[in-house]
Design a protein around this ligand. Structure first.
Ligand code: PXP
Length: 246
């Protein structure tokens, strides 16, 4: 069954718009995560950014304490955050590139260039019982380098696919890249996740990408929740994922 991990950063973004610098405020991402889990999602994803623009340290430690389901910590491969992850012990970390001025994670990791430091962190996490996923663009070099490093998962960046979705040619090109990357990753022994920009409209076509284990989706679910409520927004997404054949 294709699993749904819900990225709850966007809930924290709304809170920080009003309560930045305070140690409290609403909406609470942990309360939102509880609703998502009750509605049937399979995991919670949170990105503790170095600039702490949305999720705060207290959020991830509260999530770890309160949420029984699989916790995926998205993070940069930066010493401060690595130390926090070792203390937090999420089930899995997803290593992502971070740029201060980006609105959201804009590209995949440069695995080839950062091979050595990524391999060191991968080993450290695995030794602590934490699985490692690498957020990469769907290209062969990144997939092969991820396998060499020994990651358990890759998360294929679906941002370009989402951007091109309304353009038939662009969409087919991006879909082909995702299919090829998923096939290569599977042959290389990697488990395959995907995420970024996925929504209620572009999900059905993504069913053509094989070997997917989990989708990480945030913005579209939190946005829809504003009008229909979180439980219904989660359920609608789960319904669209049903019937996926890996
Ligand atoms: N996966 C990763 C690695 C991400 O950085 C993000 C964005 O925070 C997501 C998934 C979810 O993207 P979206 O919010 O567009 O659904």
């Amino acid at each position: 069954m294709l699993k749904l991990g819900i990225n709850i950063d966007h809930v924290a973004t709304i809170r920080e718009a009003r309560y930045r610098g305070c140690n409290h405020g609403e909406p609470d991402p942990v309360a939102a995560a509880i609703l998502c889990v009750e509605a049937g999602c399979h995991g919670i994803t949170a990105h503790l950014r170095e600039d702490r623009r949305h999720i705060q340290d207290r959020d991830i430690f509260n999530l770890r304490k309160i949420i029984g389901t699989r916790l995926n910590l998205e993070m940069a491969n930066a010493p401060e955050i690595v130390t926090i992850a070792m203390k937090l012990k999420p089930d899995v970390v997803c290593l992502v590139p971070e740029r201060r001025r980006e609105v959201t994670t804009e590209g995949g990791l440069d695995v080839m260039k950062n091979r050595k430091s990524l391999a060191t962190t991968r080993r450290k996490m695995n030794d602590a019982g934490i699985e490692v996923s690498l957020f990469i663009a769907p290209d062969a070099d990144s997939v092969e380098a991820s396998a060499e490093i020994g990651a358990q998962f890759i998360e294929l960046h679906t941002g370009k696919y989402s951007e091109q979705f309304k353009m038939k040619r662009g969409r087919n090109t991006e879909l082909r890249r995702l299919v090829d990357a998923a096939e290569l990753g599977h042959r290389s022994g990697l488990k395959i996740n995907a995420g970024h920009g996925l929504n209620y409209t572009n999900l059905s076509v993504l069913h053509r990408v094989p070997h997917l284990v989990e989708l990480n989706i945030g913005h579209s679910i939190v946005s829809r929740a504003i009008t229909v409520g979180l439980p219904r927004a989660v359920n609608e997404m789960l319904a669209l994922m049903k019937g996926y054949r890996a």
